[in-house]
Design a protein around this ligand. Structure first.
Ligand code: ADP
Length: 257
């Protein structure tokens, strides 16, 4: 039995391989996540946060190194298997919601179930269940352009939850939201994490958002530069420590200007 729900060993990502513009964005990163953790990845712009999260979640394939999700090394799977595996194990929340404008909210939410070989009735039951939880039952026949930002966000959360994933991957999930809806999303994530033991790995540049996590991973220049556990700290104490880490890094960047 694997000790970690997600593990990366010597993860390396090189863009533009063999071209003149070859660029190593991640340098041999080792990273482990236990089931039920809520990890926030922070770091300056261009430090490799999105590259990192994409490469540990099957969205992109590392140039070198191994990634185990739920005990399975992702490079051992064919692309069809990876597609199915992704929908069975992972839920994604993106900054711009990534809803298809030509599909209703119902169809958007159903997407992760399309590879799950469920019958139509079961799909309907599952969608109604999450839509009820997120309070968008009455909007399921609407198209994204007919909905507000907050409603689209709820639909995106439903899509991430409908396959009951063990891990949620969220890349700047509050990036397009006002403070009320950001708070609401974070409360939902916190509740899923605490009550259903869903593991969350989130990217954010905002210390307030990061203070909802249980562990901070600070990435700089393609390396994990620093980690901080919330442990027994209050959310406020944890927040202040996160601010300190960020401002120390900002001071270093300023010195180089
Ligand atoms: P962050 O999410 O921290 O802003 P990224 O992971 O997007 O950083 O980018 C890390 C580095 O990799 C940056 O220098 C960026 O320019 C480079 N990069 C990202 N994507 C690509 C790509 N598709 N091709 C080439 N370089 C890339």
């Amino acid at each position: 039995m694997c000790q970690y729900i997600l593990e990366a060993k010597k993860l390396k990502k090189v863009y533009g391989l063999l071209s003149k513009n070859e660029f190593e964005a991640l340098h041999d990163i080792n990273f482990q996540v236990k089931e039920g953790e809520f990890v926030c990845v922070m770091g300056p712009s261009g430090s490799g946060k999105s590259t990192f999260i994409n490469n540990i979640s099957t969205i992109d394939m590392p140039t070198k190194g191994l990634v185990y999700i739920n005990g399975v090394e992702i490079k051992t799977m064919s692309s069809n298997e990876i597609g199915r595996f992704r929908y069975q194990n992972l839920g994604f929340i993106f900054q711009d919601f990534n809803l298809l404008e030509t599909h209703t909210l119902y169809e958007n939410i159903a997407m992760p179930l399309s590879l799950a070989k469920l019958d139509k009735q079961e799909i309907k039951v599952r969608i109604n269940e999450v839509a009820k939880k997120m309070n968008i039952e009455s909007l399921l026949d609407k198209y994204p352009y007919e909905c507000s930002g907050g409603q689209k966000q709820r639909a995106a959360i439903c899509r991430a939850l409908v396959n009951q994933p063990k891990i949620i991957i969220a890349d700047e999930p509050t990036g397009n939201l006002d403070s009320v809806h950001s708070q609401e999303l974070l409360e939902i994530l916190k509740q899923l994490n605490k009550e259903q033991n869903v593991t969350i790995i989130m990217v954010s540049h905002d210390p307030m958002i990061a203070s909802y996590s249980s562990r901070l991973v600070y990435i700089k220049d393609g390396n994990i530069e620093e980690e901080l556990l919330k442990g027994e700290l209050s959310q406020e104490e944890y927040f202040l420590r996160i601010v300190e880490i960020n401002s120390a890094e900002s001071r270093i960047l300023l010195k180089h200007l």
